[in-house]
Design a protein around this ligand. Sequence first.
Ligand code: SAH
Length: 397
Amino acid sequence: MITSQVVLKKGREKSVLNRHPWIFSGSIERVEGDPTDGDVVDVWDNRARFVARGIINQNSQITIRILTWDQNQLIGEGFWRGRLERAISVRESLAADPLTDAYRLVHSEADGLPGLIVDRYGPWLVVQFLSLATETNKATIISHLADLTAPQGIFNRSEDTVREKEGLVPVTGPIWGEVPPDLVEINENGFRFLVDIKMGQKTGFYLDQRENRKIAGSYFGGAEVLNAFVYSGAFAVYAAAGGATRIINVDTSEAILKLAERNMRRNGFGGREDVYAGADVFELLRTYRDYGWHFNVIVLDPPKFAASKSQVAGALRGYKDINLLGMKLLHPGGYLITFSCSGAVSPDLFQKVLFEAAVDAKRDVQIVERLGQSLDHPVLLTFPESQYLKGFICRVW
Ligand code: SAH
């Protein structure tokens, strides 16, 4: 029984009717029925027409997370199970791939489950409940996930700062089944990686780059490579397998570089001439420029520079800086493999930054590949925020 109703201000139903799944506090005219945060509510326009159904959180700027636009769909056990089944079923071909056993099972709004991330690492699942809507229904979600995927254990990494905006505290720890070891071994396109699912970045591994790494893999033959922003060394492994003669790996975190080196060894790429440099990429690129060093391939996969719209201008300066230096450091005909994972920076805007970098670097730059996020991180057409990762492979003359 849905007892509470939310009435929108005049005209504010438009974005909801366009199937955007968030309603901001400023769009709400009034709330009737005194709902508790986490309750299911019906949303009406100011002429008493049903618009959608979702979960309310009056503690959050995103006050309602829409779950359905169908008045006949009830939000009970069947709803959560149905959405989980749908997300799992579209990943069946990945599940059947003998070369890969780590991928995203649930990609939040884009899979109709706002604020829920589920990543699979072999027999383990890692979950993130990033909205009160999913946090309130945690027990139901976990029990259906366990039933549908039969994992060895499920680990909760609900620590992202977005939880604060939902009025939730960070939570980390085992939530179902066995406790995973500190490092879990996964397979990606036939390569093996140790993943720290308990403490590593995101849920432990950058699963969104899986397909890009495979594509990039064919550009490394005979190349001297600068691999900037290494994390656990995934691009380094593909570069070595692709025939790179020497890889200079740069990351600020020395601990992370140790894991990257272990992952290289695990794939048979120990004992090479590769370098693992604990340094700031912005500084090291300048040092190499001053030395007059050049590379055949440069990978730039930085962390998110813009977490919100207000940070976009600064982020663009950062992207331009590293890409400009990257272009200058390439031998003519070399490749720049460059990414941005800031959702607030559109692919067009990122391309514009590369344009400006090319002009200032005085280099001819050809786009040879346009990259996005792996297919298990779908983009919901009506929710542009679900597209965040974009990349280009450029040939630089
Ligand atoms: N390419 C990786 C993911 C990179 S994540 C992969 O495919 O798995 C971004 C990484 O950049 C993190 O490991 C972080 O430690 C590192 N980092 C962040 N700022 C940095 C800086 N200014 N210089 C060097 N490394 C940085």
